[in-house]
Design a protein around this ligand. Structure first.
Ligand code: S3P
Length: 168
């Protein structure tokens, strides 16, 4: 089985994905880290030098490669990944998807402490700007995130709740 975690920046996809992969003894891939390693550039450098559109193409390519390569894997996607090129459709075709539904207030708190520098879309924003950017972005992205096969709310972000939703 392929398991995809989707949701906003700061929703905990990477942390939860790692834990879940360990539980299942599956491979774990963080889509951003995979792209960084492949390109030999940070996400910020890719955005700055090649632009966001190019980054979105890399995300799609990486999803296609990973689906080819792995049958037992947990993939934490970047926050925007499901929202371009109908990637959420592609994801659902190839695995089980989970939307980590975390409220904006909580995302703001986490992102303020988790470092905004490596996230070019958040760099240089103060708390008010961060909050309004995340609110607007989540409002738009919900239509994609909600097409995930399962939703997990903030208070059940654990490998156990994913496994029980999968009847494992
Ligand atoms: C992005 C989220 C980031 C990363 C890039 C763009 C987004 O991933 O892909 O900075 O558009 O929401 P995380 O969700 O892992 O932070």
């Amino acid at each position: 089985m392929r398991i995809f975690l989707v949701g906003m920046m700061g929703s905990g996809k990477t942390t939860l994905g790692r834990q879940l992969a360990q539980w299942l003894n599956y491979a774990f891939v963080d889509l951003d880290e995979h792209i960084v390693q492949q390109q030999g550039q940070s996400i910020a450098q890719i955005f700055e030098q090649q632009g966001q559109e190019y980054f979105r193409k890399l995300e799609r390519q990486a999803l296609e490669e990973l689906v080819q390569k792995y049958e037992r894997v947990v993939i934490s996607t970047g926050g925007g990944a499901p929202c371009f090129f109908d990637n959420i459709y592609f994801i659902n075709l190839h695995g089980e998807s989970f939307f980590l539904d975390v409220p904006v207030e909580e995302l703001v708190q986490r992102l303020l402490t988790q470092g905004q520098e490596e996230r070019p879309l958040l760099a240089g924003k103060n708390i008010a700007e961060l909050k309004s950017y995340l609110t607007e972005t989540l409002t738009y992205r919900r239509q994609f995130y909600e097409r995930a096969k399962h939703t997990i709310s903030e208070n059940s972000l654990s490998p156990e709740s994913i496994l029980s939703l999968l009847n494992l």
